[in-house]
Design a protein around this ligand. Sequence first.
Ligand code: FES
Length: 67
Amino acid sequence: MKIRAAENGPYLIEVSEAKVLKEGKEDVISQKIIALCRCGQSSAKPFCDGTHKKCEFKGESVEIEVS
Ligand code: FES
C-alpha cells in the first residue's frame, strides 16, 4: 500500500477496496484513491472535501510505501 501526503493537500491512500466504520454505519469504498483530510477543516471528515484550498493549508509532499 502507498500513502502519499499531497503538497498543500490531503493524505492520498491507494486501495482496491476499503470499509469505513463511522457512527455505527459501515460503508464500502471501491475508489482507487481515498483522500483523507490533513488540514482539519473538511466538513466531510475524515475525507477531504477540498476546503484545504480555501484555508490555504500548507504541508509538504511525503510518500510512504507500506508493505
Ligand atoms: S485536506 Fe482537503 S479538506 Fe482538509
